[in-house]
Design a protein around this ligand. Structure first.
Ligand SMILES: NC(=O)C1=CN([C@@H]2O[C@H](COP(=O)(O)OP(=O)(O)OC[C@H]3O[C@@H](n4cnc5c(N)ncnc54)[C@H](OP(=O)(O)O)[C@@H]3O)[C@@H](O)[C@H]2O)C=CC1
Ligand SMILES: O=CC(=O)O
Length: 325
């Protein structure tokens, strides 16, 4: 029997052709919800899902009784009910490693553009408002030699820390992660409790996944602990932060600036204050969005679904214990 898969995010022609050579493929790259009629019609027959950014709920799984595997085109898997997938014997695959360096580049882009006010100043030039030498009211702050506080020190966190320590001579602190002796040795990184990190860091950068334990990890109390003039960067997930508290902290000057790639609600609602605050650099969730990396992520997902539906070990799976069900 030829297995059927639903691909709900854009992949390239070669990748699509390779899936079509093996499976019956429904290709809905612009699907916005599994509740859409075109998805509802297919779900009862699918054995595999490939895509990203859509919430998969237990109700969606109820509609897909033949589902064997999901290949997410993302490393984060907060859109999936992992325990429920495992209970039902459905393998969930993700795309670690291939996006680490690109997402770390984005993290550093946010660090640099907030600290040096690059977007505000570029806008001034674009609008023809550069009419005299820039005065100190437009100066930024240095990055080199400053203290970088990493909240999370996994693949992406370590890659940002490496850029900071080795490229910018930054002092690296980290929290919310198990001890990393090799990074302590190679980068001089120091592990601290979160409160101590917040009190000492000039730039706080969040890279923890969104879980029950990390939801709203950074709220009013945490912003209040940060140094005056601190910069806050989030490339993880918007819900790790209490967004209302962050807006308040940016507004009242507790927080000097924020560089954000992720938000509580995405796309960011047009009326969000974050879209207009001059001390915020807001990006539309583009951490991994380069041609090279998005191609590599899609390829990883294609490889994962082929292996998983073939009964072979996937290249990267979140819940291998699902296979024991
Ligand atoms: N903006 C974007 O486009 C992108 C955003 N992301 C986000 O970045 C996150 C991190 O990715 P990546 O670095 O590859 O992930 P890793 O799993 O390699 O790193 C996660 C880090 O968070 C720590 N951590 C702290 N609390 C928890 C918890 N409750 N559960 C799990 N880990 C915890 C881990 O600790 P320990 O070291 O002890 O394991 C680890 O240091 C993704 O989950 C995703 O949400 C990823 C890619 C692109
Ligand atoms: O946010 C992106 C991811 O890969 O996770």
């Amino acid at each position: 029997m030829t297995k059927r898969i639903l691909v709900f995010r854009e992949i390239n022609d070669t990748q699509l052709a390779s899936l079509r050579a093996e499976f019956e493929v429904d290709y809905l790259p612009h699907l916005t919800s599994f509740d859409a009629p075109e998805a509802m019609e297919i779900l009862p027959q699918v054995h595999g899902l490939v895509g990203a950014s859509l919430k998969v709920t237990p109700e969606v799984l109820d509609k897909a009784p033949n589902l064997e595997a999901i290949a997410s085109i993302s490393v984060g898997y907060d859109n999936y009910p992992v325990d429920e997938l495992t209970r039902r014997g459905i393998l969930l695959c993700n795309t670690p490693d291939v996006l680490t360096e690109t997402t770390a580049d984005t993290g550093f882009l946010l660090i640099m553009s907030t600290a040096r006010r690059a977007i505000e100043l570029a806008e001034m030039v674009r609008q023809g408002r550069w009419t005299q030498n820039i005065g100190k009211e437009w100066f930024g702050s240095d990055i080199h030699g400053k203290t970088l506080g990493m909240v999370g020190m996994g693949r992406i966190g370590a890659a940002i820390a490496r850029r900071g320590a080795l490229g910018f001579n930054m002092n690296v602190l980290y929290s919310m992660a198990s001890s990393k002796p090799e990074l302590e040795k190679s980068l001089g990184a120091q592990r601290l409790e979160l409160d101590a990190l917040l009190e000492q860091a000039d730039i706080v950068c969040v890279t923890v996944p969104l879980t029950e334990q990390t939801e709203k990890l950074i709220g009013a109390a945490q912003f209040a602990r940060m140094k005056p003039g601190a910069i806050f960067v989030n490339v993880a997930r918007g819900k790790v932060v209490d967004e209302a508290a962050m807006i308040q902290a940016l507004d009242d000057g507790t927080l000097h600036a924020a560089g954000l790639d992720v938000f509580e609600t995405e796309p960011l609602p047009a009326d969000s204050p974050l879209a207009r605050m001059s001390n915020v650099v807001a990006l539309p969730h583009i951490g991994s969005a380069t041609h090279e990396t998005r191609t590599a992520m899609a390829q990883r997902a294609v490889d994962n679904i082929r292996l998983a539906l073939d009964g072979q070990p996937a290249l990267s799976a979140v819940n291998v214990d699902a296979l024991e069900r």
